[in-house]
Design a binder for this molecule. Sequence first.
Ligand code: 2P0
Length: 323
Amino acid sequence: MIRVVASPNIAFIKYWGKELSSDPARVNWALNPSLSLTLSKAQTTTELEFLELGQDSMTLEGHSASEKDREKIRQHLGRICRAMELPVPVAIRYQSENNFPMAAGIASSASAFAALTWATLGCLLGQEEAEKWIALNKRRVSEFCRWGSGSACRSVDGPYMLWRDDAAELQNFPLKLRDTVLILSRAKKTVSSRDGHQAALSSPLLAKRLAGVESRLAQMTRALETHDLKVFGQLLETEALEMHEVARRGTPSVEYWTEDTRRVLSAIQEMTDRDFYFTLDAGPNVHIISERDVSGELRALLSKLGIVAELWEDKSGSSPQYL
Ligand code: 2P0
């Protein structure tokens, strides 16, 4: 039995829009490069066992997995076994839990598929061999994760990951950043990321975004390398607003924000001389990226606005680990 823990990531430069390709090697192939911060406190813990007979047993968050989730897990595991040229198990026991609220606006698919990839390799090769193989084949492992969910390919290491084409690689920046999530809504996402990616393709703003995203990435990379938090923050916010505007202008229009999202963002934008900056995932919750602990200021801001919201205070993290 293999036990593994993996963390999700928050994108600074977003993956929004993927290729429509029937080539299995190009599944979840992003239209643009993306840059992310791997978290540490938010974790998915997955247990996996290959069985020689019997039937699959799969539980997610303590409940028997849905048919759709079973299919996804089976498919992902099968693809890795075939890519490794090793036999697909007759049956599996799979159990996975998150320590963060699913509706916290922290992408659970990234940590879920990173954990499943590590767990599958652990079952196939044995933990010790898997650790060695992963260390020697980081890009390949990132590619395996991508097959499950695009953003998962960035959860293979950290803190900073750059995903370009098939896989993501570690970046070295001198800053230690944290992510404080203002959980404004716990409601389930109205539009899945999958449908969001699809709708983005019809957005009249997508072409312009794609033409400019490399330049924004280069500027953000420079800002992170030179420890220029202010320039980084401005680029971070422009990027988040742009992704959501692309989504909004798609057909169908995808709106992830709530009234509280709008109010919080306006109030933050009005604050002069900030040293913390916002970004958003595909949801209404606001992620605040900063170097220092800004939870006090954020609580004061929420209270001033009369908004009741929990904070999820996270820091930077790294690669999944076997337990
Ligand atoms: C990102 N998001 O870069 C962007 C920004 C959400 C907003 O990646 O279809 O769950 O599984 O490849 O990775 C969400 O998309 O989509 C996402 P799939 P995924 O983090």
